[in-house]
Write a protein that binds this ligand. Structure first.
Ligand code: GGG
Length: 359
C-alpha cells in the first residue's frame, strides 16, 4: 500500500453522537497506528448541532457546506435535542448536508451480527441480511409546502406538505440498488404506495419496471409499503436489496435495525455515488436524549458506519478488519443495555479496539 492521507470532517452533533463518534475515531486511529505509517486520518472537528444553534441561531456555520467540501468524507453522530424544534435541527444539519451534497443514496444494512439475538423467533444470521437503499435527496423530505391561515384561529390553520419525485431522482437510486444487488444475492425489492399515491409513486413504479427490464440477471419485485412492513417481520430472509423513497426507507431501515437486534448497531452511509462531494457516514440512530450522558450508548452503529466510510474510501481490507472486530465483540461481549448487557460505551469500544489489534 502506498502512503495515503484522508481528511475526515467530524460532526458528533447532539446527545449520544458525542459518545459514540469518539469510539469510531479510536478505531480509525488504531488502524492508523497498525499501518506502519502508510495510512493517516486527518480529523477536523466541527462543533455543530443543537448547542451551536442555541448560541448562534443556526445549526452549522453559514459557510458550513463550503468548509465541508474540501474533505474526503464526513463522519457524523446524531441530530436532535429537546430544546430545539426537531424540524429545525434536522433541516439545519443532516438534511442540509445530505441534500446540499446530493448524497442521494442512503445505504442502510440490516444484518444479524454473530451472537446477537433477534426479537424474531426464527431470526438467524442467514435469515436477516438485507440492505435498505433509501432515496436521500427528494421524495417526502423535499421540504415543499407551507402553513397558512393561522390568523383565522388555531382550529382553522391549514398545512400542505408535498413530495417531490423526479424521473431522474427515481432512476438514479433504482440503478444504484441494482448495481448493489449485483454484488449480493441479486434481488431488488422496490417499495411504494402507488395504489394510494397515484402520481409520484406510479412514476417510481414505472421507472423501476424499466430499469429492472435492463437487468434480467437480477430478480425484481414491487411491494406496497404496508405489506412490506409485515413481510420484513415474517420473512426477512426473502429480501436482499430494498429500494424505497426517503420516508419509506427511513422507516423500513429502523425496522431493519430492530429485527437485527438493536438500533444501536444499525449503520448508514449517505453517498454521492458520482463523488462530486464528500459522502457522510452516521449511525441510523438519533441523539437519544433519554440515555445521553450516561455512557451506555452502543457504539457499534457508529463503528460500523466508520467501516462503511473505509469501504467508500477504497480501504476495503481495513473495512473488513473492522467488521471482523465488531463481530468478535458481538459474539464474546461485553454488551451495552440495548443488547441486554450492562457494559458501558467505553467497554464495548475497548473490546472492538482489542479485537482489531489482535487482527
Ligand atoms: N444519526 C441519524 C440521526 O441523527 N437521525 C435523526 C433523524 O431524525 N433523522 C431523520 C432522517 O434520517 O431523515
Amino acid at each position: 500500500m502506498s502512503k495515503q492521507t484522508f481528511r475526515i470532517a467530524v460532526i458528533p452533533g447532539d446527545g449520544i453522537g458525542n459518545e459514540v463518534v469518539p469510539v469510531g475515531l479510536e478505531v480509525l486511529e488504531t488502524l492508523q497506528a497498525l499501518s506502519n505509517g502508510q495510512l493517516t486520518f486527518a480529523f477536523e472537528w466541527f462543533p455543530w448541532g443543537s448547542a451551536y444553534y442555541l448560541t448562534h441561531g443556526r445549526m452549522m456555520a453559514e459557510d458550513g457546506l463550503e468548509k465541508l467540501k474540501a474533505f474526503d468524507a464526513i463522519y457524523f453522530g446524531a441530530v436532535g435535542w429537546p430544546e430545539v424544534p426537531d424540524h429545525i435541527a434536522l433541516w439545519g444539519l443532516r438534511l442540509a448536508i445530505c441534500q446540499g451534497f446530493d448524497q442521494y443514496a442512503c445505504v442502510r444494512p440490516a444484518q444479524l451480527l454473530p451472537g446477537i439475538e433477534s426479537p424474531l423467533r426464527n431470526g438467524s444470521p442467514e435469515s436477516i441480511d438485507f440492505v435498505v437503499v433509501r432515496e436521500n435527496s427528494e421524495g417526502e423530505y423535499a421540504g415543499i409546502g407551507g402553513r397558512n391561515l393561522g390568523s383565522r384561529g388555531i382550529d382553522r390553520e391549514v398545512a400542505i406538505q408535498s413530495a417531490l419525485f423526479t424521473s431522474l431522482g427515481c432512476e438514479r437510486i433504482i440503478r444504484y440498488a441494482f448495481e448493489l444487488a449485483r454484488d449480493r444475492r441479486r434481488k431488488v425489492t422496490s417499495v411504494t404506495k402507488s395504489n394510494a399515491q397515484q402520481y409520484a409513486m406510479t412514476l417510481w413504479d414505472e421507472t423501476f419496471a424499466r430499469v429492472a427490464a435492463e437487468h434480467p440477471d437480477i430478480e425484481s419485485e414491487s411491494v406496497l409499503v404496508d405489506a412490506m412492513a409485515a413481510k420484513l417481520v415474517l420473512r426477512p430472509d426473502a429480501y436482499d436489496v430494498i429500494v424505497a423513497s426517503n420516508l419509506f426507507g427511513d422507516i423500513l431501515s429502523d425496522l431493519g435495525g430492530a429485527i437485527a437486534g438493536s438500533l444501536g448497531i444499525a449503520a448508514s452511509a449517505n453517498i454521492d455515488p458520482e463523488r462530486r462531494y464528500p459522502s457522510m457516514f452516521e449511525p441510523v440512530h438519533g441523539s437519544a436524549p433519554d440515555i445521553a450522558g450516561k455512557g451506555i450508548a452502543n457504539p457499534i452503529a457508529a463503528v460500523w458506519s466508520a467501516a462503511m466510510m473505509l469501504d467508500h474510501l477504497g480501504l476495503t481490507g481495513e473495512a473488513a478488519r473492522v467488521m471482523r472486530a465488531i463481530g468478535w465483540s458481538t459474539e464474546h461481549g461485553p454488551r451495552t443495555p440495548d443488547l441486554g448487557g450492562v457494559a458501558t460505551t467505553k467497554a464495548v469500544g475497548d473490546a472492538i479496539v482489542d479485537a482489531l489489534m489482535r487482527g
